[in-house]
Design a protein around this ligand. Structure first.
Ligand SMILES: Cc1cc2nc3c(=O)[nH]c(=O)nc-3n(C[C@H](O)[C@H](O)[C@H](O)COP(=O)(O)OP(=O)(O)OC[C@H]3O[C@@H](n4cnc5c(N)ncnc54)[C@H](O)[C@@H]3O)c2cc1C
Length: 427
Protein backbone atom coordinates (compact mmCIF):
# COMPACT_ATOMS: atom_id res chain seq x y z
CA UNK A 1 0.00 0.00 0.00
CA UNK A 2 1.37 3.42 -0.93
CA UNK A 3 -0.01 6.52 0.70
CA UNK A 4 1.42 10.03 0.73
CA UNK A 5 -1.45 11.61 2.64
CA UNK A 6 -1.61 12.92 6.20
CA UNK A 7 -4.72 12.19 8.24
CA UNK A 8 -6.79 15.34 8.91
CA UNK A 9 -6.33 15.37 12.72
CA UNK A 10 -2.56 15.25 12.43
CA UNK A 11 -2.60 17.75 9.55
CA UNK A 12 -4.39 20.16 11.91
CA UNK A 13 -1.49 19.74 14.37
CA UNK A 14 1.02 20.35 11.58
CA UNK A 15 -0.83 23.50 10.51
CA UNK A 16 -0.73 24.72 14.10
CA UNK A 17 3.03 23.99 14.36
CA UNK A 18 3.70 25.85 11.12
CA UNK A 19 1.96 29.05 12.12
CA UNK A 20 3.16 28.87 15.76
CA UNK A 21 6.81 28.49 14.75
CA UNK A 22 6.69 31.28 12.17
CA UNK A 23 4.77 33.68 14.40
CA UNK A 24 6.13 33.02 17.90
CA UNK A 25 9.24 30.84 17.88
CA UNK A 26 11.32 32.27 15.02
CA UNK A 27 11.51 35.70 16.68
CA UNK A 28 13.51 34.10 19.54
CA UNK A 29 16.29 33.33 17.03
CA UNK A 30 16.92 37.07 16.78
CA UNK A 31 16.75 37.89 20.47
CA UNK A 32 18.32 35.04 22.44
CA UNK A 33 21.80 33.54 22.37
CA UNK A 34 22.61 29.85 22.60
CA UNK A 35 19.41 27.80 22.74
CA UNK A 36 20.92 25.39 25.30
CA UNK A 37 21.49 28.21 27.78
CA UNK A 38 18.26 27.27 29.51
CA UNK A 39 19.07 28.94 32.83
CA UNK A 40 19.43 32.37 31.19
CA UNK A 41 16.61 34.52 32.67
CA UNK A 42 15.69 35.61 29.13
CA UNK A 43 15.20 31.96 28.13
CA UNK A 44 13.05 31.46 31.20
CA UNK A 45 10.98 34.52 30.40
CA UNK A 46 10.50 34.04 26.65
CA UNK A 47 11.00 30.36 25.84
CA UNK A 48 9.35 28.62 28.81
CA UNK A 49 5.85 29.96 28.02
CA UNK A 50 6.20 28.72 24.43
CA UNK A 51 7.25 25.27 25.68
CA UNK A 52 4.12 25.32 27.87
CA UNK A 53 1.96 25.97 24.79
CA UNK A 54 3.56 23.00 23.03
CA UNK A 55 2.86 20.80 26.07
CA UNK A 56 -0.77 21.97 26.21
CA UNK A 57 -1.11 21.06 22.56
CA UNK A 58 0.25 17.57 23.33
CA UNK A 59 3.26 18.02 21.08
CA UNK A 60 6.09 17.94 23.65
CA UNK A 61 8.98 15.50 23.08
CA UNK A 62 7.16 13.57 20.39
CA UNK A 63 10.23 11.44 19.66
CA UNK A 64 9.44 9.53 22.86
CA UNK A 65 7.13 6.64 23.41
CA UNK A 66 4.09 7.07 25.70
CA UNK A 67 5.89 5.28 28.56
CA UNK A 68 8.26 8.29 28.68
CA UNK A 69 5.59 10.94 28.35
CA UNK A 70 5.80 11.32 24.58
CA UNK A 71 3.21 10.62 21.95
CA UNK A 72 4.94 7.65 20.36
CA UNK A 73 4.06 9.10 16.97
CA UNK A 74 6.90 7.31 15.22
CA UNK A 75 9.49 8.67 12.81
CA UNK A 76 7.24 9.62 9.88
CA UNK A 77 5.14 12.00 11.95
CA UNK A 78 8.30 13.21 13.65
CA UNK A 79 9.76 14.01 10.23
CA UNK A 80 6.67 16.00 9.26
CA UNK A 81 6.92 17.96 12.53
CA UNK A 82 10.68 18.51 12.35
CA UNK A 83 10.51 19.87 8.83
CA UNK A 84 8.29 22.62 10.23
CA UNK A 85 9.88 23.49 13.57
CA UNK A 86 13.42 22.83 12.26
CA UNK A 87 13.26 26.12 10.35
CA UNK A 88 13.94 27.97 13.61
CA UNK A 89 17.07 27.65 15.74
CA UNK A 90 14.82 27.55 18.80
CA UNK A 91 12.20 25.28 17.23
CA UNK A 92 13.62 21.95 18.46
CA UNK A 93 14.07 23.05 22.08
CA UNK A 94 10.62 24.62 22.20
CA UNK A 95 9.23 21.22 21.13
CA UNK A 96 11.48 19.27 23.53
CA UNK A 97 13.25 17.60 20.61
CA UNK A 98 16.73 19.15 20.46
CA UNK A 99 20.01 17.37 19.74
CA UNK A 100 22.05 16.13 21.49
CA UNK A 101 19.47 15.66 24.25
CA UNK A 102 17.12 13.58 22.10
CA UNK A 103 19.86 11.05 21.32
CA UNK A 104 21.12 11.03 24.89
CA UNK A 105 17.57 10.51 26.16
CA UNK A 106 17.16 7.67 23.69
CA UNK A 107 20.15 5.75 25.04
CA UNK A 108 19.26 6.48 28.66
CA UNK A 109 15.77 5.15 27.99
CA UNK A 110 17.19 2.12 26.21
CA UNK A 111 20.12 1.17 28.43
CA UNK A 112 19.67 3.17 31.65
CA UNK A 113 18.99 1.57 35.03
CA UNK A 114 15.92 2.79 36.96
CA UNK A 115 18.22 5.01 39.10
CA UNK A 116 19.94 6.49 36.03
CA UNK A 117 16.58 7.20 34.45
CA UNK A 118 15.30 8.93 37.55
CA UNK A 119 18.40 11.04 38.06
CA UNK A 120 19.31 11.92 34.46
CA UNK A 121 16.56 11.01 32.03
CA UNK A 122 13.54 12.52 33.76
CA UNK A 123 14.94 16.05 34.19
CA UNK A 124 16.40 15.83 30.68
CA UNK A 125 13.02 15.04 29.17
CA UNK A 126 11.47 17.91 31.09
CA UNK A 127 14.26 20.21 29.78
CA UNK A 128 15.14 21.11 33.36
CA UNK A 129 18.71 20.21 32.34
CA UNK A 130 20.63 19.72 29.08
CA UNK A 131 23.34 17.19 28.29
CA UNK A 132 26.51 16.57 26.28
CA UNK A 133 27.73 13.62 24.23
CA UNK A 134 31.51 13.43 24.55
CA UNK A 135 32.91 10.93 22.10
CA UNK A 136 35.23 12.52 19.50
CA UNK A 137 38.91 12.86 20.42
CA UNK A 138 41.44 15.38 19.12
CA UNK A 139 43.47 12.71 17.28
CA UNK A 140 40.50 11.58 15.20
CA UNK A 141 36.73 11.52 15.18
CA UNK A 142 35.90 9.58 12.03
CA UNK A 143 37.66 6.50 13.39
CA UNK A 144 36.64 5.65 16.98
CA UNK A 145 39.22 2.87 17.04
CA UNK A 146 41.90 5.51 17.66
CA UNK A 147 40.26 6.77 20.86
CA UNK A 148 42.49 6.57 23.94
CA UNK A 149 40.42 8.08 26.78
CA UNK A 150 40.55 5.36 29.39
CA UNK A 151 38.42 4.23 32.32
CA UNK A 152 40.15 2.04 34.89
CA UNK A 153 38.30 0.27 37.72
CA UNK A 154 39.30 1.24 41.26
CA UNK A 155 37.21 -0.37 43.98
CA UNK A 156 33.59 0.39 43.18
CA UNK A 157 34.54 3.36 41.00
CA UNK A 158 35.87 3.98 37.50
CA UNK A 159 38.65 6.52 36.98
CA UNK A 160 38.46 8.31 33.63
CA UNK A 161 41.42 10.04 31.99
CA UNK A 162 41.69 11.57 28.53
CA UNK A 163 40.71 14.37 26.20
CA UNK A 164 37.63 14.85 24.04
CA UNK A 165 37.09 17.25 21.18
CA UNK A 166 34.04 19.20 19.95
CA UNK A 167 31.81 18.15 22.83
CA UNK A 168 28.82 20.34 22.01
CA UNK A 169 27.02 22.22 24.80
CA UNK A 170 29.53 21.11 27.44
CA UNK A 171 29.32 24.52 29.07
CA UNK A 172 25.59 24.11 29.75
CA UNK A 173 25.43 20.36 30.29
CA UNK A 174 24.42 18.86 33.63
CA UNK A 175 26.02 15.56 32.62
CA UNK A 176 28.25 14.07 29.94
CA UNK A 177 28.03 10.73 28.23
CA UNK A 178 31.66 9.74 27.77
CA UNK A 179 33.07 6.90 25.68
CA UNK A 180 36.19 5.38 27.22
CA UNK A 181 38.47 2.38 26.75
CA UNK A 182 37.80 -0.11 29.55
CA UNK A 183 39.18 -3.28 27.96
CA UNK A 184 42.25 -2.44 25.87
CA UNK A 185 42.92 -6.10 25.03
CA UNK A 186 39.41 -6.94 23.85
CA UNK A 187 38.48 -7.10 20.15
CA UNK A 188 38.38 -3.63 18.54
CA UNK A 189 34.63 -3.09 18.86
CA UNK A 190 34.45 -4.40 22.46
CA UNK A 191 37.20 -2.22 23.95
CA UNK A 192 35.05 0.70 25.05
CA UNK A 193 32.20 1.43 27.44
CA UNK A 194 29.92 4.43 28.01
CA UNK A 195 29.79 6.39 31.25
CA UNK A 196 27.51 9.04 32.64
CA UNK A 197 29.64 11.78 34.18
CA UNK A 198 27.88 14.52 36.17
CA UNK A 199 29.28 17.94 35.24
CA UNK A 200 30.23 18.80 38.82
CA UNK A 201 32.53 15.74 39.17
CA UNK A 202 36.07 16.85 40.13
CA UNK A 203 38.47 16.59 37.17
CA UNK A 204 35.93 17.50 34.45
CA UNK A 205 37.53 20.45 32.74
CA UNK A 206 36.73 22.53 29.66
CA UNK A 207 40.15 23.35 28.20
CA UNK A 208 38.50 25.84 25.85
CA UNK A 209 35.32 26.38 23.90
CA UNK A 210 35.28 26.55 20.12
CA UNK A 211 32.68 27.66 17.62
CA UNK A 212 32.28 26.87 13.97
CA UNK A 213 32.43 29.80 11.58
CA UNK A 214 29.59 32.26 12.12
CA UNK A 215 28.32 30.81 15.38
CA UNK A 216 27.58 33.63 17.79
CA UNK A 217 28.92 31.76 20.80
CA UNK A 218 31.66 29.18 21.38
CA UNK A 219 30.02 26.11 22.83
CA UNK A 220 31.85 23.09 21.39
CA UNK A 221 34.32 22.13 24.07
CA UNK A 222 37.81 20.76 24.03
CA UNK A 223 37.51 18.67 27.20
CA UNK A 224 39.90 17.13 29.64
CA UNK A 225 38.90 14.35 32.03
CA UNK A 226 41.63 14.16 34.67
CA UNK A 227 41.24 11.40 37.26
CA UNK A 228 37.47 11.73 37.04
CA UNK A 229 35.89 9.24 39.44
CA UNK A 230 32.41 7.92 38.81
CA UNK A 231 30.65 5.13 40.71
CA UNK A 232 30.46 1.75 38.97
CA UNK A 233 26.70 2.21 38.49
CA UNK A 234 27.38 5.17 36.16
CA UNK A 235 28.28 2.83 33.32
CA UNK A 236 25.60 3.13 30.64
CA UNK A 237 24.94 -0.22 29.00
CA UNK A 238 27.20 -3.19 29.56
CA UNK A 239 30.98 -3.27 29.73
CA UNK A 240 32.36 -3.17 26.18
CA UNK A 241 29.00 -2.01 24.76
CA UNK A 242 29.99 1.55 23.78
CA UNK A 243 29.73 0.93 20.02
CA UNK A 244 26.29 -0.60 20.31
CA UNK A 245 25.10 2.23 22.55
CA UNK A 246 26.58 4.87 20.21
CA UNK A 247 24.91 3.32 17.16
CA UNK A 248 21.53 3.32 18.90
CA UNK A 249 21.99 7.00 19.54
CA UNK A 250 23.40 8.00 16.18
CA UNK A 251 20.84 6.20 14.02
CA UNK A 252 17.94 8.33 15.18
CA UNK A 253 20.13 11.40 15.62
CA UNK A 254 21.26 11.40 11.99
CA UNK A 255 17.71 11.11 10.74
CA UNK A 256 16.51 13.93 13.01
CA UNK A 257 19.31 16.15 11.67
CA UNK A 258 18.07 15.36 8.17
CA UNK A 259 14.50 16.28 9.07
CA UNK A 260 15.65 19.65 10.37
CA UNK A 261 17.87 20.13 7.33
CA UNK A 262 14.80 19.82 5.11
CA UNK A 263 13.32 22.73 7.04
CA UNK A 264 16.37 24.91 6.50
CA UNK A 265 16.66 24.08 2.80
CA UNK A 266 12.96 24.69 2.33
CA UNK A 267 13.29 28.09 3.94
CA UNK A 268 16.15 28.95 1.58
CA UNK A 269 14.00 27.88 -1.38
CA UNK A 270 11.07 30.00 -0.18
CA UNK A 271 13.35 33.03 0.07
CA UNK A 272 14.84 32.32 -3.36
CA UNK A 273 11.37 32.25 -4.91
CA UNK A 274 10.21 35.45 -3.26
CA UNK A 275 13.37 37.22 -4.39
CA UNK A 276 13.14 35.87 -7.94
CA UNK A 277 9.59 37.18 -8.22
CA UNK A 278 10.51 40.58 -6.78
CA UNK A 279 13.89 41.70 -8.13
CA UNK A 280 13.88 43.38 -11.55
CA UNK A 281 16.99 43.26 -13.73
CA UNK A 282 17.16 44.26 -17.40
CA UNK A 283 13.46 44.95 -17.58
CA UNK A 284 12.12 41.71 -16.12
CA UNK A 285 11.92 39.93 -12.79
CA UNK A 286 14.64 37.36 -12.12
CA UNK A 287 11.97 34.66 -12.19
CA UNK A 288 11.58 35.19 -15.94
CA UNK A 289 15.21 34.36 -16.67
CA UNK A 290 15.78 30.76 -17.64
CA UNK A 291 19.02 30.36 -15.71
CA UNK A 292 17.20 31.52 -12.60
CA UNK A 293 14.34 29.14 -13.35
CA UNK A 294 16.88 26.34 -13.60
CA UNK A 295 18.18 27.16 -10.09
CA UNK A 296 14.65 27.07 -8.71
CA UNK A 297 13.76 23.86 -10.50
CA UNK A 298 17.01 22.13 -9.47
CA UNK A 299 16.48 23.19 -5.86
CA UNK A 300 12.89 22.00 -5.74
CA UNK A 301 13.76 18.65 -7.32
CA UNK A 302 16.75 18.11 -5.03
CA UNK A 303 14.73 18.94 -1.94
CA UNK A 304 11.81 16.79 -2.99
CA UNK A 305 14.04 13.79 -3.71
CA UNK A 306 15.81 14.19 -0.39
CA UNK A 307 12.53 14.57 1.52
CA UNK A 308 11.21 11.37 -0.03
CA UNK A 309 14.36 9.51 1.02
CA UNK A 310 14.04 10.86 4.56
CA UNK A 311 10.36 9.91 4.75
CA UNK A 312 11.01 6.46 3.34
CA UNK A 313 13.75 5.96 5.93
CA UNK A 314 11.46 7.16 8.72
CA UNK A 315 8.76 4.80 7.49
CA UNK A 316 11.23 1.89 7.47
CA UNK A 317 12.23 2.60 11.07
CA UNK A 318 8.57 2.68 12.09
CA UNK A 319 8.09 -0.64 10.33
CA UNK A 320 11.17 -2.51 11.55
CA UNK A 321 11.92 -0.78 14.88
CA UNK A 322 15.52 -1.75 14.28
CA UNK A 323 18.14 0.73 13.09
CA UNK A 324 20.36 -2.08 11.86
CA UNK A 325 17.79 -3.06 9.23
CA UNK A 326 17.66 0.55 8.01
CA UNK A 327 21.41 1.13 8.04
CA UNK A 328 21.78 1.70 4.32
CA UNK A 329 18.98 4.26 4.24
CA UNK A 330 20.20 6.15 7.30
CA UNK A 331 23.72 6.32 5.88
CA UNK A 332 22.30 7.47 2.52
CA UNK A 333 20.28 10.23 4.18
CA UNK A 334 23.34 11.34 6.12
CA UNK A 335 25.51 11.36 2.99
CA UNK A 336 22.95 13.24 0.87
CA UNK A 337 22.07 15.86 3.48
CA UNK A 338 25.10 18.20 3.26
CA UNK A 339 24.91 18.45 -0.54
CA UNK A 340 21.21 19.32 -0.54
CA UNK A 341 21.59 22.10 2.02
CA UNK A 342 24.83 23.35 0.48
CA UNK A 343 23.42 23.58 -3.04
CA UNK A 344 20.10 25.18 -2.16
CA UNK A 345 21.55 27.65 0.37
CA UNK A 346 24.31 28.60 -2.10
CA UNK A 347 21.83 29.21 -4.91
CA UNK A 348 19.67 31.31 -2.60
CA UNK A 349 22.73 33.30 -1.52
CA UNK A 350 23.81 33.86 -5.11
CA UNK A 351 20.35 34.94 -6.32
CA UNK A 352 20.22 37.57 -3.58
CA UNK A 353 23.49 39.08 -4.86
CA UNK A 354 25.45 41.23 -2.41
CA UNK A 355 22.50 41.21 -0.01
CA UNK A 356 22.68 37.41 -0.03
CA UNK A 357 26.31 37.25 1.05
CA UNK A 358 25.87 39.96 3.66
CA UNK A 359 25.58 39.42 7.41
CA UNK A 360 21.99 40.62 7.14
CA UNK A 361 20.89 37.36 5.53
CA UNK A 362 21.14 33.79 6.87
CA UNK A 363 22.49 32.09 3.72
CA UNK A 364 26.19 32.02 4.61
CA UNK A 365 25.26 30.47 7.99
CA UNK A 366 23.33 27.76 6.19
CA UNK A 367 26.19 27.07 3.76
CA UNK A 368 28.51 26.61 6.75
CA UNK A 369 25.84 24.53 8.42
CA UNK A 370 25.92 22.22 5.40
CA UNK A 371 29.54 21.44 6.36
CA UNK A 372 28.45 20.97 9.96
CA UNK A 373 25.88 18.33 8.98
CA UNK A 374 28.50 16.74 6.72
CA UNK A 375 30.87 16.27 9.67
CA UNK A 376 28.90 15.87 12.89
CA UNK A 377 27.91 12.24 13.50
CA UNK A 378 30.62 11.16 11.06
CA UNK A 379 31.88 12.55 7.73
CA UNK A 380 30.08 11.94 4.44
CA UNK A 381 32.75 9.59 3.09
CA UNK A 382 32.24 7.13 5.94
CA UNK A 383 28.50 7.01 5.29
CA UNK A 384 28.98 6.56 1.56
CA UNK A 385 31.22 3.60 2.35
CA UNK A 386 28.36 2.13 4.41
CA UNK A 387 25.85 2.68 1.60
CA UNK A 388 28.14 1.07 -0.95
CA UNK A 389 28.89 -1.92 1.31
CA UNK A 390 25.20 -2.47 2.00
CA UNK A 391 24.29 -2.15 -1.68
CA UNK A 392 27.03 -4.59 -2.67
CA UNK A 393 25.71 -7.16 -0.17
CA UNK A 394 22.69 -7.53 -2.45
CA UNK A 395 24.82 -8.83 -5.34
CA UNK A 396 27.01 -11.83 -6.14
CA UNK A 397 30.16 -11.92 -8.24
CA UNK A 398 30.10 -13.66 -11.63
CA UNK A 399 32.36 -16.66 -11.99
CA UNK A 400 32.49 -16.33 -15.77
CA UNK A 401 35.09 -14.51 -17.84
CA UNK A 402 32.48 -12.14 -19.27
CA UNK A 403 29.65 -10.62 -17.20
CA UNK A 404 26.31 -12.43 -16.92
CA UNK A 405 24.68 -9.48 -18.66
CA UNK A 406 27.09 -9.60 -21.64
CA UNK A 407 24.90 -9.13 -24.72
CA UNK A 408 26.02 -12.27 -26.58
CA UNK A 409 25.13 -14.33 -23.49
CA UNK A 410 21.77 -12.53 -23.14
CA UNK A 411 20.99 -13.18 -26.81
CA UNK A 412 21.91 -16.86 -26.47
CA UNK A 413 19.61 -17.15 -23.44
CA UNK A 414 16.76 -15.42 -25.33
CA UNK A 415 17.20 -17.80 -28.27
CA UNK A 416 17.26 -20.80 -25.94
CA UNK A 417 13.94 -19.68 -24.53
CA UNK A 418 12.11 -18.47 -27.63
CA UNK A 419 14.17 -19.75 -30.60
CA UNK A 420 11.87 -22.68 -31.36
CA UNK A 421 8.78 -20.45 -31.35
CA UNK A 422 10.43 -18.06 -33.78
CA UNK A 423 11.44 -21.00 -35.97
CA UNK A 424 7.78 -22.06 -36.15
CA UNK A 425 7.06 -18.66 -37.74
CA UNK A 426 9.79 -19.33 -40.24
CA UNK A 427 11.72 -16.20 -39.23
C1 LIG B 1 29.31 21.29 14.71
C2 LIG B 1 29.85 20.01 15.20
C3 LIG B 1 29.36 19.47 16.39
C4 LIG B 1 29.90 18.29 16.89
N1 LIG B 1 29.44 17.82 18.08
C5 LIG B 1 30.00 16.72 18.62
C6 LIG B 1 29.59 16.26 19.91
O1 LIG B 1 28.70 16.82 20.52
N2 LIG B 1 30.21 15.18 20.43
C7 LIG B 1 31.20 14.53 19.78
O2 LIG B 1 31.71 13.55 20.30
N3 LIG B 1 31.63 14.93 18.54
C8 LIG B 1 31.05 16.03 17.97
N4 LIG B 1 31.49 16.48 16.75
C9 LIG B 1 32.64 15.83 16.11
C10 LIG B 1 32.26 15.00 14.89
O3 LIG B 1 31.66 13.81 15.27
C11 LIG B 1 33.57 14.80 14.10
O4 LIG B 1 33.92 16.06 13.56
C12 LIG B 1 33.46 13.77 13.01
O5 LIG B 1 33.27 12.48 13.51
C13 LIG B 1 34.74 13.78 12.14
O6 LIG B 1 35.87 13.63 12.96
P1 LIG B 1 37.08 14.69 12.84
O7 LIG B 1 36.51 16.06 12.92
O8 LIG B 1 38.10 14.32 13.83
O9 LIG B 1 37.62 14.51 11.38
P2 LIG B 1 38.68 13.40 10.87
O10 LIG B 1 38.42 12.10 11.52
O11 LIG B 1 40.05 13.99 11.00
O12 LIG B 1 38.29 13.35 9.34
C14 LIG B 1 38.61 14.49 8.50
C15 LIG B 1 38.22 14.18 7.08
O13 LIG B 1 38.92 13.04 6.60
C16 LIG B 1 38.14 12.38 5.62
N5 LIG B 1 37.90 11.00 6.05
C17 LIG B 1 37.80 10.53 7.30
N6 LIG B 1 37.56 9.20 7.28
C18 LIG B 1 37.51 8.82 6.00
C19 LIG B 1 37.32 7.58 5.32
N7 LIG B 1 37.09 6.44 5.99
N8 LIG B 1 37.34 7.57 3.96
C20 LIG B 1 37.56 8.71 3.27
N9 LIG B 1 37.76 9.91 3.86
C21 LIG B 1 37.73 9.97 5.20
C22 LIG B 1 36.81 13.13 5.54
O14 LIG B 1 36.90 14.08 4.49
C23 LIG B 1 36.74 13.83 6.87
O15 LIG B 1 35.91 14.98 6.89
C24 LIG B 1 30.95 17.63 16.20
C25 LIG B 1 31.41 18.16 14.99
C26 LIG B 1 30.90 19.33 14.49
C27 LIG B 1 31.45 19.89 13.22
Amino acid sequence: MWDFETEPEFQAQLDWIDQFVRAEVEPLDHLLGNQWNIHDPRFQKLARPLQAKVRERGLWACHLGPELGGKGYGQVKLALMNELFGRSRFGPIIFGAQAPDTGNAEILAHYGTPEQKQRFLEPLLANEIVSCFSMTEPQGGADPLVFTTSAVPDGDEWVINGEKWFSSNARYAAFFIVMAVTDPDASPYRRMSMFIVPAETPGVEIIRNLSFYGEPESSHAYMRYADVRVPAENMLGGRGDAFVVAQTRLGGGRLHHAMRTIAQARRALEMMCERALSRVTKGEVLAQKQMVQEKIADSWIQLRQFRLLVLETAWMIDKHHDYKKVRKNIAAVKAAMPGVLHDIASRALHLHGSLGISNEMPFADWVINSFHVGLADGPTEVHKITVAREVLKEFDPSEKLFPDYHLPAEEARALDLYGELLDELGN
